[in-house]
Design a protein around this ligand. Structure first.
Ligand code: ADP
Length: 390
């Protein structure tokens, strides 16, 4: 079976075509800078050279069409069994489901909680409906992996009726990534271990930590929205609700202005006043920028705090795994987050920690293994879509 996984971003579109007989990626493509004067289109079939083309791509529908035009030279589009999406959240819906009109309405209902991501997904799904109408569209919700988190971990201290009426609770995100990380850790390092406890740290432009007990998420740092938990590149992370009310009153902010502030002016960008990208933060720190250093330290501290929290929740861990852009590439951040945790059984190996490749970075005598992994969210989506179709 061939399953196309669509990965839309705010100005980019990426896709991968999986052949589920051997789980190989037989085609992948990306379109960047959609809507700019010059777009970048890259396409690659398995075993062949990558092609790169620069030309304007005015909108999303053209981006999807361009990649499909290249794909159909080798794979007939009728062979695509489904288009899979890593959808974010929907009111009252989770798991891996067909994107029916009811599911789309449920996504729209919760759109204000993840406006940037959900808007992009809703648009991409509607484009696929036009471009490939006979191909089923399926979403694996990012909340799905966290469905077993117990009530004491997902409830907030507000009147219970609001949880019942509006579904106000922790949902958790990055489900596909955390699921992949926990599975990969078991596969690589604990093949014959009966129960493996993993603390999965997905640290990218969007960041979360997850406590995984025997392959099941039991708690995670993001809450009802992906704006909570750790600092994100430009999204806020945890914030005292009364601090927010105070700020809104003082600055006379509307709900729309506040939402914008929390989504696009906060997080690492908000503290550093420079950038939400750790590559810029690292450069600025090295040239003595105190605010960049503060953003770095705050980010590292919150990662550390959640790791500590989940060591308590899980009664220790077998592995702490780092993935995504920062988790994989930023050895300084990993060091700062795990420094001085030897009494908890965590000791990094300074040299091994220099890596950006999959592997163990803890010292031989570390009780808890620390690893770097390359996540593969698309693979998880493709597998779940295949299960649903089967
Ligand atoms: P997302 O998909 O959430 O945007 P990614 O996992 O692609 O996140 O991570 C992107 C982030 O990772 C960047 O914003 C940057 O902070 C960080 N990053 C990416 N590459 C590097 C690198 N080589 N060195 C340091 N940080 C990096």
């Amino acid at each position: 079976m061939k399953i196309l996984i669509a990965n839309p971003g705010s100005t980019s579109y990426k896709c991968k075509l999986f052949d589920t007989t051997n789980w190989e990626v037989i085609f992948q493509a990306g379109v960047e800078r959609i809507g700019d004067a010059q777009g970048i289109i890259t396409c690659q079939f398995k075993g062949r050279d990558k092609t790169v083309e620069n030309r304007p791509v005015p909108d999303y529908i053209q981006a999807v069409n361009l990649t499909l035009d290249v794909l159909k030279r080798t794979v007939p589009l009728k062979d695509i069994a489904a288009a899979g999406f890593k959808t974010v959240l929907a009111k009252g819906v989770t798991g891996c489901v067909r994107l029916t009109p009811d599911v789309i309405s449920a996504m729209k209902e919760f759109e204000p909680l993840a406006p940037v991501h959900t808007r992009v997904y809703l648009h991409a799904i509607s484009v696929f409906e036009k471009v490939l109408p006979s191909v089923p569209r399926v979403g694996l919700f990012e909340t799905a992996f966290h469905a077993a988190i117990p009530p004491e971990a997902y409830l907030y201290g507000i009147p219970y009726g609001y949880f019942e009426k509006y579904g106000i609770r922790k949902y958790g995100f990055h489900g596909a990534s955390h699921r992949y990380v926990a599975r990969r850790v078991k596969e690589l390092y604990f093949d014959d271990w009966p129960g493996v406890n993993v603390i999965s740290c997905h640290l990218g432009g969007s960041a979360s930590v997850c406590a995984v007990k025997n392959g099941v998420s039991v708690d995670t740092s993001m809450g009802m929205s992906p704006q909570s938990g750790l600092l994100n590149a430009k999204r806020v992370g945890d914030l005292d609700p009364f601090a927010l009310l105070y700020l809104m009153e003082k600055e006379n902010l509307s709900i729309a202005q506040t939402r914008d502030l929390l989504i696009s002016k906060s997080g690492v960008f908000g503290i550093s006043g420079k950038s939400g990208d750790f590559r810029d933060i690292e450069k600025a720190m090295d040239s003595g920028d105190a605010r960049a250093e503060l953003a770095f330290k705050t980010f590292a501290y919150i990662v550390r705090r959640y790791i500590g929290e989940y060591l308590a929740v899980l009664n220790g861990a077998d592995c702490i795994a780092f993935t995504a852009g920062i988790g994989q590439n930023q050895h300084r951040l990993r060091r700062a987050a795990l420094e001085g945790m030897d009494k908890l059984g965590v000791v990094l190996d300074g040299e091994k920690n220099g890596t950006t490749k999959e592997g163990i970075i803890s010292a031989d005598h570390s009780k808890i293994l620390v690893a770097v992994l390359a996540t593969d969210e698309e693979r998880i989506v493709a597998e779940e879509v295949e299960k649903l179709l089967a």
